[in-house]
Design a protein around this ligand. Structure first.
Ligand SMILES: Nc1ncnc2c1ncn2[C@@H]1O[C@H](COP(=O)(O)OP(=O)(O)OP(=O)(O)O)[C@@H](O)[C@H]1O
Length: 978
């Protein structure tokens, strides 16, 4: 026996195995991992494109550039009016007042002809007499001329002038037009030059004027990263956010997490493995963000310190991981992850927009707003990017250094939060989300509807690991109704009664039988009815007793087979034993540990293996990887895991498919893998819930061999719907129905007690027309099914005479008789004689067989159905071959027909009803026997006989139903044997 790991070494081994699982899942889901890591490249490229577009818009002005040594503008010419950005045609290069004065007109004509590089045409200049006329014209013709000159000849030596220009600066396609430099100065220089020449009377007098703007630093401009960055980086974080929620919720939804917990997984290992994995991916993705940003040569990324930037992105994304942990506890469907992610993104986008406008990180905003706003990390990211963007807005700004992270940037006048404060917020809120995630994970019902109490953490035993993990059912917001007590009924069956008294006696004596693996002591499970408070309605469901007090021992080295129709309570009983569902009554000891104690349960988990009813597997992991993971969770020493896994794969014939992913396995392969998982780690108790469902007959036989071999040294509990499987594997078989044990014992014992004996099937040759009954007897019913055929009648008479049995089933081509066990001695002689008379009776074939376990099962299921139908009053309609309709409780076997009583037959007639299970497992009528007289000792079951209505009658052609009289089957079967 291999010593398994415990405590911290086991925790570490589980942590490593889960981490490997996460790595494999990420590797196999390449597309989502790629998006998670490299989506930043795409978004940073978009920001780069935005920045390029913006800088090209500002290329025509020096406002947003540092100007150290501005160039001089020397005697610029008057530009053509069409050069103006906004101009209406016809346009003029300038207009003037002073028309009619020859001196002025001479000056103007010189201005036009001496314009450097471009003499001005006469049709491009308008002349007016007075200034008033100029103003009137300008008013009526806006945007048609850039400027006007007003001349005034005061004396022969004094000439004055004035300049009028449109001083509004305009932009066009990113270029800016400054009217001073573009129009005013050239016009002014031209006027002054020609006035000077006129006054001096020197036509080529040189008049050179140069103009220079100031040397100036660039005006602070738009940072693309600071403005659009928050939304884009939030989008990058959303990829990881959505994938993470999806993965966490899928493990919960598919019960993978529950399966691992049942096998003994520590919660700490589970959360730590996820946290580590997310930290690693977040670290890489943040590194890529900064590196890609530097690659695209953003000042934002080049001038701020690498460390400062990295931690902003890393801590922001880690914070989002914490938020994803928290949100995943509220979601039960992995498909909702995208919707949640999208909603968070929209909310984040809007609040970031508000943050970019300055709210609430200013002196004037209340501290409360800032605290509430900072709880949502996208807002802090927006603020951090804005601060970092402002710190690198011009090439003069040197950015924020690592040592300057806790100082307010000089550019920010009302700074209330530094980059270091933002780090603190990210870290603090991450811990808040993570702790809340752990808390809600415990108190929100899991996939099986189980949760801890809202104040579980106040129990000191929870922290010491000595219990306190008590679980209950129902949602936090639903109030569970009071659970009605179970009626304490004595089992009907003697074997079940005996098993109960053995358990009770052992319990009273406190004796510990070393051969007993599991002792179930009155185990009961009632699913609580709930009152769900919706917005507009209240939905109440009543409590349901799924298991109604089981008393049974499961021996070591034996396979205990639990049979029962659908809904009998088998899975519930197993779930109680594996700790997936809290028990509501009684107890069960597994190798001495109680399932009611959390400490006991943690010991039990180490020694059990479970093959659940439905395969609980990761589609992306192979069989080998599954077994490796579960072997590690169970605590097998690392050195042995490989050999154990290989052996296990070989056992279930999956060695050749060891590396095939579960998603590509057939249903049978998955079931075999589930069986292998249940058996890994040599558990002392194994639960196999319908392990061979979906397997072909060859594989099924192979799995039976595996189970048979696995019996040694352990107890196995098997539930199945295959009677053959139960017959072959079960050392002891119990049949459950409606939450109670109905019978228990070996297969032979059950068959002899509940089977009806031997089954004889007599098939007939094709009947000859015109034959008459041998003795002229006519049966009341059955013409359609061959009951009146002479050979049928003769054979029936032969069976009645020699064995005193009537047919259980009959139709045109065969008769089926059930021969009680007591008649076994007469059978040889009887069948010899029947074979001798085969030709006389027109028999084609005779078959004889033992009652099957299936028959036992159906009998038990029928009784249980009848019992509950009688208790609950559920009725079904039986259509007799005579056309009569009878209402009978579901499962009723012998039904008396009201109104058939007569003086010769005072008890009337009855039929035996045949039942079968439909595909949902419910009992439905398959047919009935011919009518026969009610035996003298048959007792009606009181509850079912009342009220006996009237005979069926036809009223206006409508058929009415009649309640059948139900007889106790044990009385009738007793009388048949007699
Ligand atoms: N969480 C639950 N809440 C309420 N009722 C439940 C719950 N789980 C099971 N039940 C009910 O308990 C009864 C027993 O269910 P269970 O799954 O144990 O039956 P079973 O014998 O395993 O059936 P099957 O053969 O179909 O697996 C069923 O009627 C079922 O509807």
């Amino acid at each position: 026996m291999v010593e398994v790991l415990r405590g911290v070494p086991l925790l570490y081994q589980q942590y490593k195995a889960l981490l490997k699982k996460n790595l494999l899942l990420s590797w196999r889901n390449k597309r989502s991992t790629f998006m998670q890591l490299f989506s930043s490249l795409f978004f940073i490229f978009l920001i780069f494109a935005i920045e390029k577009a913006i800088s090209s818009r500002f290329s025509g002005t020096s406002t947003y550039e540092n100007v150290f040594d501005p160039e001089a503008l020397v005697s610029p010419p008057i530009p053509p009016c069409e050069d103006k950005f906004y101009v209406k045609q016809p346009c003029y290069d300038f207009i003037y007042s002073g028309k009619g004065n020859p001196r002025i007109e001479d000056i103007v004509s010189k201005i036009m002809s001496n314009n450097p590089g471009r003499p001005i045409q006469t049709d491009k200049v308008l002349s007016f007499v007075t200034r008033k006329e100029v103003d009137d014209w300008l008013f009526k013709h806006p945007m048609q001329v850039p400027g006007a000159l007003h001349f005034n000849v005061r004396s022969a030596t004094v000439l004055s002038y004035g300049v009028q220009t449109n001083s509004t600066a305009v932009r066009k396609r990113g270029n800016s037009e400054d009217p001073t430099f573009k129009f005013q100065v050239p016009l002014q220089i031209a006027a002054e030059r020609e006035i000077a020449r006129s006054l001096l009377q020197v036509p080529d007098f040189s008049w050179t004027v140069g103009l220079k703007e100031f040397a100036h630093p660039a005006v602070r401009t738009f940072s693309a990263v600071g403005i659009v960055g928050p939304t884009f980086f939030l989008a990058i974080a959303m990829f990881a956010f959505v994938f993470e929620i999806g993965a966490l919720v899928a493990e919960k939804e598919l019960k993978l997490r529950q399966a691992m917990s049942t096998m003994g997984l520590y919660e700490t290992a589970y959360w730590l493995s996820w946290l580590t994995w997310e930290t690693v991916t977040t670290f890489i993705s943040s590194l890529f963000i900064v590196l890609f940003g530097m690659m695209f040569q953003f000042d934002f990324f080049l001038n701020n310190s690498f460390g400062v930037l990295f931690f902003v992105f890393f801590l922001f994304q880690i914070n989002m991981v914490g938020l994803a942990f928290l949100i995943s506890t509220f979601i039960s469907k992995a498909s909702s992850a995208t919707t949640v992610g999208f909603s968070i993104f929209i909310v984040g986008f809007l609040t970031q927009l508000v943050t970019t406008f300055g709210f609430p990180y200013t002196d004037s905003t209340s501290m409360i707003y800032r605290i509430v706003w900072s709880l949502f990390s996208p807002n802090l990211l927006a603020k951090a990017l804005k601060t970092l963007g402002d710190a690198t807005a011009t090439s003069e700004d040197s950015g924020i250094s690592w040592s300057g992270r806790s100082q307010c940037p000089v550019t920010e006048t009302d700074c209330v939060i530094t980059i270091a404060d933002i780090y603190t917020w990210f870290v603090a809120t991450f811990f808040l989300w993570f702790l809340l995630a752990l808390y809600f994970d415990n108190i929100i019902p899991n996939a099986s509807g189980v949760r801890k109490s809202c104040f579980y953490f106040l129990n000191p035993r929870y922290w010491t690991g000595r219990g306190g993990g008590k679980v209950s059912e129902g949602g936090i917001c639903s109030c569970t109704g009071a659970i009605p007590p179970l009626e304490d009924t004595n089992p009907d069956d003697e074997d079940v009664r005996e098993e109960e008294s053995i358990v009770k006696q052992q319990m009273a004596e406190g004796s510990n039988d070393p051969n007993i693996a599991v002792q179930i002591r009155g185990l009961a499970k009632t699913y609580p009815g709930t009152l769900d408070m919706g917005c507009c309605k209240c939905k109440r469901t009543s409590p349901y007793h799924a298991v109604k007090g089981l008393w049974v021992n499961f021996a070591k080295d034996q396979l205990f087979c639990l049979l029962g129709p659908n809904g009998a309570g088998k899975t519930t009983a197993i779930n109680c034993l594996t700790g997936n569902t809290p028990v509501t009554g009684g107890d069960a000891l597994i190798y001495g540990y109680s399932v009611r104690s959390s400490l006991g349960m943690s010991n039990i988990r180490r020694s059990i293996g479970v093959c659940p009813q439905f395969d609980i597997l990761w589609e992306e992991l192979s069989g080998q990887e599954h077994l490796h993971l579960f072997a590690s969770i169970k605590g097998l020493p690392p050195a042995t895991i490989k050999s154990v896994v290989d052996k296990s794969l070989a056992e279930v014939k999956l060695a050749n498919a060891a590396k095939v992913r579960a998603g590509s396995c057939s249903g049978g392969m998955k079931r075999r893998l589930s069986v292998a998982i249940a058996l890994i780690g040599d558990p002392k108790l194994v639960f196999l819930d319908e392990p061979t469902t979906g397997m072909d007959p060859i594989t099924r036989r192979h799995v039976w061999d595996i189970i048979e071999n696995a019996k040694k040294g352990r107890a196995i509990v098997l539930t199945t719907h295959s009677m053959e499987e139960a017959d072959i594997l079960g050392d002891r078989i119990a049949i459950m129905a409606k939450g109670k044990l109905r019978c228990i014992g070996t297969s032979i014992r059950l068959k002899s007690r509940f089977g009806t004996g031997f089954i004889a099937n007599v098939s007939f040759l094709e009947s000859t027309p015109g034959q008459t009954p041998l003795n002229g007897q006519t049966l009341r019913n059955g013409e359609a099914n061959g009951a009146t055929q002479p050979h049928h009648v003769a054979v029936k008479q032969f069976f009645k005479q020699h064995l005193d049995v009537v047919p259980k089933e009959e139709n045109k081509s065969f008769l089926t008789f059930v021969i009680p066990h007591e008649k076994e001695g007469q059978l040889t002689k009887f069948f010899e004689e029947l074979q001798d008379r085969e030709r006389e009776f027109g028999i084609s074939d005779i078959q004889l067989g033992l009652t099957t376990l299936e028959e036992v099962f159906l009998n038990i299921a029928k009784r249980a159905e009848l019992e509950s139908a009688v208790a609950e009053g559920t009725l079904v309609t039986l259509t007799l071959t005579s056309g009569l309709l009878l209402e009978i409780p579901r499962g009723a076997r012998y039904v008396g027909i009201p109104g058939t009583e007569s003086t010769e037959n005072p008890r009337g007639f009855m039929v035996e009803v045949y039942w079968e299970q439909d595909e949902t497992g419910a009992l439905c009528i398959s047919g009935h026997s011919p009518e026969s007289t009610v035996p003298r000792n048959a007792q009606p079951i009181a509850a079912a006989t009342t009220p006996v209505l009237t005979r069926q009658r036809s009223f206006l052609g409508r058929t009415q139903l009649v309640h059948g009289i139900i007889f106790d089957p044990s009385e009738i079967e007793g009388s048949n044997r007699r």
